[in-house]
Each structure stands twice: as structure tokens, then as C-alpha cells.
Design a protein around this ligand. Structure first.
Ligand code: YH5
Length: 274
């Protein structure tokens, strides 16, 4: 009997950045984001990851005020209107607090709660509403992390980081059961590091926490296909499929409908239900 039934969740990426075609009015930006959110939910997203800060290499920092203004109205609208779990992609404590008050179910922090007050804000959110956290690994800081990434032991160093951050979370009062881990593709890693990580994802199984994986459209796909960022969907589906087979629990993606099809094929095979 095959009673091992993997379940994969799809997380749609919802970037909330100002609409360059509008007059900068908040209403327009929120409406546009909500429309994209609706489409992703119709296409089967289990989660929407709402982010107002760009962490791409070289991107400018965004002020707390601006991040709040971008993200909070969108989370409120999604929580009111759509049947989907909401995560907030932020490193700032006050954005975490406001996002959770607006209805977010997960704090997704590429800085793994290392910014001032972030651990406290996430712990408050866990205690009040059982909010989950995703701890992502990043070497260095977004602006400079791709300059010369180096590891003694890629998987070992990332595991040590996860263990240290999980201990910090538990000490702050966040239950281990509510923690997701993410090795952080593209965050202080060379192309070689990224492919080695993908190949070795099963090495994180012994931490016994679900993995959230974000590879969609990233430059590791551009490097091998020669494709620009807008042409990387097929490569992204291949990467998501590999990640599933190697132990991912949540796939953070731009192309929800296409990724859902891949999930369907993989679960059909693994569950033997055909
Ligand atoms: C992630 O991996 N990534 S923001 C460059 C791209 C495409 C996409 C050049 N937040 C992650 O999505 N949160 C981001 O093409 C994340 N894991 C988690 N947990 C960067 C991004 C991107 C960058």
C-alpha cells in the first residue's frame, strides 16, 4: 500500500509596486493588485505572497511608510474578498504587525527575522494568531550579495543558519511547528551554488520542517537557457517540478496556472492515483 500522500501548495507572487501608468493614486495600485490576486486564486493559488520591497541585487531600499502604504490595503482587500492564505514578504517589524492586523497568515522574511524588532513582531503574531514564519537563508545583503558568494560547505552552512534562526524563534516563543525554511535561491549564491542546492534539497529533510522554494524566473534559469526574465516560464516549471520531487512543500511562483498543472502530474504519479 502506498499511503504516503505528498501535498504541494502553490504560492503566487504578488509584487505591489507603484503603477507607472497611473497618477500614483493608491486606489489604482490596490485595484490592479487585487485583480491579479483574483486571477491567481482562480488558477489555484493556495497562498499569495504580498511584497512591497524589491530585494533584487542593486534595488533601492523602500521606506517603512511606503511599504506600509503599498502592502496593507492589498492584504486587507484580499482577506476580505478571496479564499486564499496570505503571506507578507517583508523584513520590517512594523510592516509585519500591520500586515498581520490586516489578515496575513504568514510572515515571509528574506532576512529571517534578523532586523531590529522583527523577531518580537513575529512572536507577537504567533502568540495572538498562530501566524507562521518563513525563514530564508541569504548570505550578505541584497545590494552586494552577488559580488562574491563563498561557502565552506554550502548545505552545511545553510543548515547551521536554519538551526540558529529556529533556536532564536523558539526562544522568542514561536513554535517550531509554525516555521517554514527556504534556502534562498539567488540570495548570495552563484549559479553553481543554486544548482547544487536544488540537487541537494533532500539534505534538508532531517530538519523536519516544510521547505518553501522560490526559483520562478530567477537568473539561474536565464544563465542556462539564455532567456530574458519574461521568457523563463518553461524553465521555471521544470525547476518547480524538480523542487517538488526533491522535497519542497510550497512553491513560490509567478505562473500559478502552469505550476498547478505540473503539481497535478507529480502528485498523480507519487500518489499512484490514476
Ligand atoms: C525566495 O526565493 N525571493 S524576491 C529575481 C528574479 C525573479 C524573482 C531575475 N522573496 C524569495 O522573487 N521569499 C523573493 O529574476 C522570496 N523565497 C522567499 N521565501 C526575489 C524574486 C525574484 C528575483
Amino acid at each position: 500500500m502506498n499511503d504516503f500522500k505528498p501535498r504541494f501548495e502553490v504560492m503566487g507572487i504578488l509584487n505591489v509596486t507603484p503603477d507607472s501608468f497611473s497618477d500614483g493614486g493608491q486606489y489604482n495600485d490596490t485595484e490592479r493588485a487585487l485583480e491579479r490576486a483574483r486571477v491567481m486564486v482562480e488558477n489555484g493559488a493556495d497562498w499569495l505572497d504580498v511584497g512591497g520591497e524589491s530585494t533584487r541585487p542593486g534595488a533601492d531600499a523602500v521606506s517603512e511608510q511606503e511599504e506600509l502604504e503599498r502592502v496593507v490595503p492589498v492584504i486587507e482587500a484580499i482577506a476580505r474578498e478571496l479564499p486564499v492564505k496570505i503571506s507578507v514578504d517583508t523584513s520590517k517589524a512594523n510592516v509585519m504587525r500591520a500586515a498581520v492586523a490586516a489578515g496575513a497568515h504568514m510572515i515571509n522574511d528574506v532576512r529571517a527575522l534578523r532586523e531590529p524588532d522583527a523577531l518580537t513582531a513575529a512572536a507577537e503574531a504567533f502568540k495572538a494568531r498562530q501566524v507562521r514564519v518563513c525563514l530564508m537563508h541569504m548570505q550578505g545583503q541584497p545590494r552586494t550579495m552577488q559580488e562574491h558568494p563563498e561557502y565552506d560547505d554550502l548545505v552545511g552552512d545553510i543548515k547551521d543558519f536554519f538551526n540558529e534562526r529556529m533556536r532564536a524563534c523558539e526562544a522568542a516563543g514561536i513554535a517550531r511547528s509554525h516555521i517554514y525554511l527556504d534556502p534562498g535561491f539567488g540570495f548570495g549564491k552563484t549559479v553553481r551554488h543554486n544548482y547544487e542546492l536544488l540537487q541537494r534539497l533532500p539534505a534538508f529533510r532531517d530538519l523536519d520542517r516544510p521547505l518553501l522554494i522560490g526559483i520562478s524566473r530567477k537568473s539561474m534559469l536565464g544563465h542556462v537557457t539564455g532567456r530574458a526574465v519574461t521568457e523563463r516560464m518553461p524553465a521555471s516549471i521544470a525547476a518547480a517540478t524538480i523542487a517538488m520531487l526533491k522535497g519542497a512543500a510550497i512553491l513560490r511562483v509567478h505562473d500559478v496556472a502552469e505550476t498547478r498543472d505540473a503539481v497535478q502530474v507529480v502528485t498523480t504519479m507519487l500518489n499512484g492515483e490514476y
